[in-house]
Design a protein around this ligand. Structure first.
Ligand code: KG4
Ligand code: ZN
Length: 361
């Protein structure tokens, strides 16, 4: 039996969670900073760091209390060490180092992007995803910071087979909402604005799909690009507005629906193409954008029956610490701990293996 507390502070959520045996979530507490950043139209790194400083202690106490667990019962402390916003990461990491030293517990550093994949392993999906028959497994990690396709073998060998060459999908949705004057964060606002909109009314480009009249370079078959669709939206807004008056009502809804459709269409088509190409036995869809209803429905509808679909539960799609604490168990079993001088990192390092496949435990 293992009990691990996880701490997450890579962006604008301060989170702590206690997870038993790598999958049973005993508590999952998140303090969101959305309100503080909304007035700036996006996340301000220094503000995020200061908010983490305020929220970490209360969120940690709440997570322990809700789980009914004391420090003396824990086996380890896990913390997101990157990628993310450096000032924000350093607050969480310093806090976790102090806790680990003060309670004489081992510290485990967690890769945030891989933890998003692990979010799909929590609770009920665990048995299926830890079974050899789920591999090779393809994961679409789609968030504000990442859009990657990660191929994972049963041995734990992993490689990024596709990624965005510019903006992440969530970033494009956030910027689109800002351009439309809808606020932050854009993904959920675009989704709700799109309800009642006609997604076919306007056509936004599907970059790197070979649909722009040019042949698609094979190297980009599984890569994404979302900067063109953003520029197209900018021109669309300019062409449909006069004297600085923004789009209104039905026109706004149709625009949001068509823009969302363009992003989701590319995500689904490329992911399903990759599932078929790599003969994946299962597909994990995770990260903040995986909360999106249109994306979830479309994957369910279009994924061929040769692969099993595992959508991360909505509560574990956005940034949370349950995915951090859960994944840490596999590092614990492998004896992989953070050294006392362990550092944070802002960019995604090359991924060559992951610690949580059937062969690795
Ligand atoms: O995983 P996450 O919480 O943070 C990062 O690691 O980036 O993802 C945040 C992203 C934001 O871009 C947000 O707009 C997007 O997830 N998002 C959504 C939805 N909910 C959050 N995008 C589309 N539809 C949603 N319902
Ligand atoms: Zn994230």
């Amino acid at each position: 039996m293992s009990l691990i507390i996880g701490i997450e502070s890579s962006c604008d959520e301060t989170a702590a969670a206690v997870v038993k045996d790598g999958n049973e979530v005993l508590s999952n507490c998140v303090a969101s900073q959305i309100r503080q950043h909304a007035e700036h139209g996006g996340v301000v790194p220094e503000l995020a760091a200061r908010e983490h400083l305020k929220a970490l202690h209360p969120v940690l106490s709440q997570a322990l209390q809700q789980a009914g667990v004391g420090f003396n019962e824990l086996d380890a402390i896990a913390v997101t060490s990157g990628p993310g916003l450096m000032p924000a990461l350093l607050v969480g990491l310093s806090f976790a180092k102090g806790l680990a030293a003060g309670n004489n517990l081992p510290l485990i550093g967690i890769n945030h992007c891989i933890a998003h994949v692990y979010a799909a392993f929590l609770n009920d999906n665990y048995a299926a995803l830890m079974s050899a028959s789920s591999y090779p497994l393809l994961a679409l990690v789609v968030s504000g910071g990442h859009t990657i396709l990660l191929l994972i073998e049963q041995s734990g060998k992993a490689s990024v087979v596709g990624s965005t060459i510019d903006d992440a999908a969530g970033e494009a949705l956030d910027k689109a909402a800002k351009m439309l004057g809808l606020g932050y964060p854009g993904g959920p606002i675009i989704q709700s604005t799109a309800v009642g909109g006609d997604s076919q009314k306007y056509h936004f480009p599907r970059s790197l799909t070979g649909s722009a009249g040019k042949a698609l370079a094979p190297a980009h078959r599984f890569n994404f690009s979302f900067s063109g669709v953003k520029t197209a939206l900018l021109y669309h807004i300019r062409n449909h507005t006069e004297n600085g008056i923004t789009l209104q009502q039905q026109h706004l809804r149709d625009t949001a629906a068509a823009f969302q459709e363009a992003i989701i269409d590319v995500l689904c088509r490329k992911t399903i193409d990759a599932v078929e190409y790599f003969k994946a036995k299962s597909l994990v869809v995770c990260g903040g954008v995986a909360c999106n209803t249109v994306l979830r429905d479309r994957m369910q509808q279009d994924l061929p029956s040769s692969a099993a679909l595992h959508l991360a539960e909505r509560q574990y799609c956005g940034d949370n610490a349950a995915m951090v604490a859960g994944m840490a168990r596999h590092h614990l079993l492998r004896g992989e701990f953070m050294r006392p001088d362990g550092d944070a990192f802002s960019r995604l390092p090359p991924i060559t293996h992951i610690p949580f496949t059937p062969k690795t435990t």
